[in-house]
Design a protein around this ligand. Structure first.
Ligand code: LLP
Length: 481
């Protein structure tokens, strides 16, 4: 039977009578349905999770997370064999807790941190500082001093000024810091504007383009660029050991072309540094940004495919420039944590709102919203959802899942076909919320932030406790318990 699309539905959304195909494409690999039609994650029925921990609830499949982490490491190492090794740094900004840092390192990954706070979590997890990188476009002296004192594997410097500060702080401690330089190769990844970070007109990194008026007739096309100045500075800085170059071209990128282009630009720069200064910078980091599926419209590439495309591009660029292939690293965050996590909500008030004559949209309000997932509000991000507590058949109704915050833009899932009879208390599951949901969460309207639990092999473990009213009030100096 052909189902008729709802007139308000976007073109990419297919009308449906059941959600089995969504579940296999968007949910953790360990997801199934019980014979009674309930969603089960790694052997744990969602109603057990909701009853024990309440909703909203972030749920991670530990097996899914570990499988993706391992797959990235193996895919990239295989693609670059026998030329070089690839270190995979899990980008903790996607989602970090002490246990998650341990999962990543147990799977052979290192940890990429973007602040003193993320660094503190990684250290509390017992991660070897040599396996941690520290990013940030405005690192404080305290953050730098801590990184230097710990002997972090790499500090990724983001400005010429910062190189001087790192050197001074390290020299003051009679140490040398391992430093990479974050460069902006000017590659524009086709993604949402706010999360594309390789534009020249943005706050991150050091441009490869000469500052107007500084370029001479020199055959070196980079002369006069912030990146070139930074290399010269770093090579002379007594407290700095310049170990390589870094770039991150954006996030939620599907096509490998942008990564290939960025890699070849950086390799051209690396070769120029080698030719001019006689220095071989041993490492090249190509950042993160690998896209995932949030809805049926997203078709991400397999890590193996991206790895092979990049390996070919790196080999070609190195042979063209006549330099040895450097040691590679990447920093995936979303592509490891994102699909491993889902959010469970309880359905509450439902309204059919007439939008035009004869056309209405169903609004289903849940017990969370923009506080636990601000991505729809921030980036117009689309999500999907299924009814998780039972299987309801019948032609699904175009629905909009909204939160309980005091904002009309508080949308969790803008468009999704859900079964006709969703009632108060039904559990809804939104997939692909493992990355940038908890880490971007707020307690706007003083909603308490949800707990994060992990399931593995039928066992559940709380990773992060649910925020309580006491925890919120503890910060209020006018409150006496
Ligand atoms: N490395 C660096 C230097 C980064 O800036 C980022 C992300 C990553 C790695 C990890 O990128 P991923 O593999 O997760 O795409 N809040 C936005 C995403 C911001 C990404 C910022 N940097 C969102 O929710 O879409």
């Amino acid at each position: 039977m052909t189902l008729t699309p709802h007139p308000l539905a976007p073109d990419w959304l297919s009308p449906r009578e059941n959600t089995d195909d969504l579940e296999s494409a968007l949910f953790p690999i360990t997801t199934s349905r019980s014979p009674a039609g309930e969603l089960v994650i790694e052997g744990v029925p969602v109603s057990d999770l909701a009853a024990t921990y309440g909703t909203p609830l972030y749920v991670f499949s530990e097996t899914d997370f570990r499988t993706r982490a391992r797959r990235f490491r193996e895919a990239f190492n295989q693609a670059f064999t026998p030329d070089t090794a690839v270190d995979v740094f899990y980008a903790g900004k996607a989602f970090l807790s002490t246990r998650v840092a341990q999962w990543a390192t147990e799977e052979g990954l290192n940890i990429d941190t973007a602040s003193g706070g993320e660094l503190a979590i990684a250290l509390a997890a017992g991660v070897d500082p040599a396996r941690i990188g520290l990013h940030g476009n405005n690192k404080s002296d305290v953050e730098i001093a801590r990184a230097v004192e710990l002997g972090l594997g790499r500090i990724i410097a983001d400005s010429v000024e910062e190189i001087g500060r790192i050197s001074a702080i390290a020299s003051g401690m009679s140490r040398t810091a391992s430093v990479m330089l974050r460069l902006t190769p000017g590659v524009h990844a086709s993604t949402h504007e706010y999360i594309a970070t390789a534009h020249e007109d943005q706050k991150f990194g050091l441009s490869l383009t000469p500052v107007p008026g500084t370029h001479t007739e020199s055959p070196n096309p980079f002369l006069g660029s912030p990146a070139w100045t930074a290399v010269e500075q770093a090579l002379e800085a007594p407290g700095v050991d310049l170990i390589g170059l870094h770039c991150h071209i954006g996030s939620q990128i599907f096509e490998p072309t942008g990564f290939e282009l960025a890699a070849s630009k950086l390799i051209g720069f690396l070769a120029r540094v080698q030719a001019s200064h006689g220095v071989v910078l041993p490492e090249l980091d190509l950042g993160g940004g690998h896209g995932i599926a949030y809805t049926e419209a997203d078709h991400p590439r397999a890590p193996e495919e991206i790895a092979q495309a990049l390996a070919a591009a790196v080999r070609d660029a190195c042979s063209e420039h006549g330099i040895a292939i450097p040691r590679l690293s990447i920093e995936p965050g979303r592509s490891i944590a994102g699909p491993a996590g889902i959010t469970l909500y309880s359905a509450g008030t439902t309204k059919d709102v007439v939008v035009e004559d004869g056309i209405s949209r169903r609004y289903i309000a849940v017990d969370g919203g923009m506080g636990d997932n601000p991505r729809p509000v921030l980036y117009d991000a689309d999500y999907s959802a299924v009814v998780a507590s039972r299987r309801i058949t019948g032609e699904h109704v175009l629905s909009r899942i909204v939160g309980k915050h005091c904002e009309s833009g508080d949308i969790v899932v803008r468009n999704v076909y859900l079964p006709p009879a969703v009632i108060r208390g039904d559990i809804l599951a939104v997939p692909a919320t493992g990355a940038y949901c908890h880490s971007l969460s707020s307690n706007y309207n003083y909603l308490t932030r949800p707990a994060v639990v992990a399931v593995q092999d039928g066992e559940t473990q709380v990773l992060i406790r649910r925020e309580t009213e006491d925890m919120m009030l503890a910060r209020d100096t006018g409150y006496t318990p």
